[in-house]
Every structure is written in C-alpha cells, then in structure tokens.
Design a protein. Structure first.
Length: 62
C-alpha cells in the first residue's frame, strides 16, 4: 500500500508542480504557454524517473 501511494504521488505530483511553476514563470515573463508546456514535460519526466528509481530500489534491481 505504501509503495502504491508513493508511485501515485510521484506520477501526479511531478506534473502538477511542473504545471504550476511553468504557469508562474509564464505570468512573470508573458510567454504563455511556453513554460507551462516545458514544466509539464519536465514534471512528467521527473515523475517517471522517480517512479522507476523507487520501484528498482524496492525490488532490489540496480
């Protein structure tokens, strides 16, 4: 159960943080939607990477 909630939080949290930060940067520099899209993609990548790293550590596969 703990592993499942950690995976869900990483897969949902990464893109959400990326979107909010990208939106904030877009508002600061008036570059809408450039940083929103970049933040989303970076968040998806970070969430996926974190999930893979977590599952590998859990299964003992290095």
């Amino acid at each position: 159960m703990a592993l499942t909630s950690a995976i869900v939080s990483q897969l949902a949290g990464g893109p959400l943080v990326g979107v909010f930060l990208g939106k904030w940067v877009d508002n600061q520099f008036s570059t809408s939607p450039l940083f929103l899209i970049l933040g989303l993609l970076l968040g998806l990548g970070a969430g996926t990477y974190g999930t893979i790293h977590l599952v590998r550590a859990y299964t003992g596969d290095d």
